[in-house]
Design a protein around this ligand. Structure first.
Ligand code: SF4
Length: 412
């Protein structure tokens, strides 16, 4: 077999076509195929676990479900190739929706911490992966499993000198001291709440305890942040925290999901919540439950960003009588149609908080408007366009120097 053909096979095996043959050549001679096979097994189904702004596009098309290196955008805006995987796919819990649940018949695999750390460093040195999202099934209890994740991170940081991005999962039942160690090693820590409250979690994961096992570690993260100076943490910064919900898995409403999200953002400084639209997995207790429309996931993200960045209160979101967000319209537009259409905002006088509510005006757009109007009076849409404002969306809700913008006139 010629080398190029072998390399193509390796690219398909590792699930990353974009980096090209020349990068992979290094690995071809240094990584055993059984390690790649283990990584593929452990990383299958990781698309169910959203992290960072990862898009699973780094794969040969027919290998989509085996992709494990994903282009991802970090909170600081930097783009990296992120390896998303588990340390073990063995799990003693039996969450109803999960492909890794105990007793489900599929091939499982496990890495030892040192083995995984060495494999990752080979991928890293070859330029194929610059960061890690590392999770695990629970084997031998939450404390023991957390220890393995911490051991892996310790080897990477202290023994192998890895300085790049690590997102480390906190295990249900982990101890406070373990949470603290995770915070000292990782750029981001997370624990999946899965459902918005105790009652809903019982429908998804009957053996997880919402308050003690899942919510408490998030509270500990905030307590540790408040009690220790930032320089004690990785690169002198507090790690960010995120969580994930299985949207629609427990028949919960959007209001329930966003109430918990809002509480977490205000009380434990959650950076963001991920919403993963429920999708039935074969051979699980929920296999016959209908999949949730992915648009619901999108609307939940939009609403959570309104709460986090746009100064909206939960009560202002346009919930239906069933306490869900309307699917056909984005929540900011729905709010503006109800509140601004009859009373458009004068862009030259509106306060920051008001400008943030106009569809088509984002965070940067608001800052640009506030800066510009210190110097000039804004009179036409072309100046707004230059600031990156989506004038077509904003026009029905604003006035420029007392007049509703006429898009048509400005086309000529
Ligand atoms: S504990 Fe995690 S890996 Fe195990 S069954 Fe539940 S969701 Fe799946």
């Amino acid at each position: 077999m010629d080398v190029t053909r072998k390399n193509r096979q390796v690219i398909a095996q590792i699930g990353c076509a974009e980096r090209g043959v020349e990068i992979i050549e290094y690995m071809f001679y240094n990584i055993k195929m059984d390690a790649i096979e283990t990584l593929k097994t452990l990383s299958s189904q990781m698309e169910l676990e959203p992290a960072e702004e990862a898009r699973p596009v780094c794969f040969m098309p027919k290998e989509r479900d085996q992709a494990f290196i994903h282009p991802a955008q970090l909170p600081n805006g930097k783009s990296i190739l992120l390896l998303k995987t588990l340390l073990t796919s063995a799990c003693e819990r039996d969450c109803y929706y999960c492909p890794f649940r105990a007793g489900r018949n599929f091939r499982r695999a496990t890495f030892k911490p040192e083995e995984f750390a060495n494999l990752f460093m080979k991928l890293n040195r070859a330029g194929a992966a610059q960061g890690i999202f590392l999770s695990s099934g629970i084997a031998g209890g939450g404390v023991r499993t957390q220890d393995k994740l911490l051991d892996t991170a310790l080897i990477l940081r202290r023994k192998l000198g890895f300085n790049g991005y690590i997102h480390l999962k906190l295990m249900p039942g982990a101890e406070k001291a373990q949470v603290e160690t995770a915070m000292q090693l990782a750029d981001r820590v997370s624990i999946n709440l899965e459902a918005p409250n105790t009652e809903r979690l019982a429908k998804l994961a009957p053996h997880k305890i919402f308050i003690e096992e899942l919510l408490r570690p998030l509270k500990w993260v905030e307590e540790i942040r408040r009690s220790q100076p930032a320089h004690q943490f990785w690169k002198g910064k507090y790690p960010s925290t995120v969580t994930q919900f299985v949207a629609g898995g427990a028949d919960e409403s959007d209001l329930e999901l966003l109430t918990t999200t809002n509480w977490l953002m205000k009380n434990v400084r959650l950076t963001r919540a991920y919403f993963s639209a429920f999708f039935p997995i074969r051979d699980t207790p929920l296999e016959n439950k209908a999949a949730v429309d992915p648009l619901r996931e999108h609307r939940l993200y939009q609403a959570s960003f309104l709460l986090r960045d746009y100064d909206f209160d939960l009560e202002e979101l346009p919930f239906t009588a069933e306490h869900n967000l309307p699917l056909p319209v984005d929540p900011k537009l729905a709010w503006a149609q109800n509140h601004l259409r009859e009373h458009p905002l004068e862009v030259n006088r509106a306060e920051r908080r008001e400008l943030l509510r106009v569809p088509g005006i984002g965070l940067r757009g608001v800052e640009s408007i506030l800066r510009a109007r210190r110097q000039i009076k804004l009179k036409d849409v072309s100046s707004l366009k230059r600031m990156g404002i989506v004038v077509e969306r904003a026009a029905p809700f604003i006035l420029l120097d007392g007049k509703q913008p006429s898009l048509q006139l400005n086309l000529f």
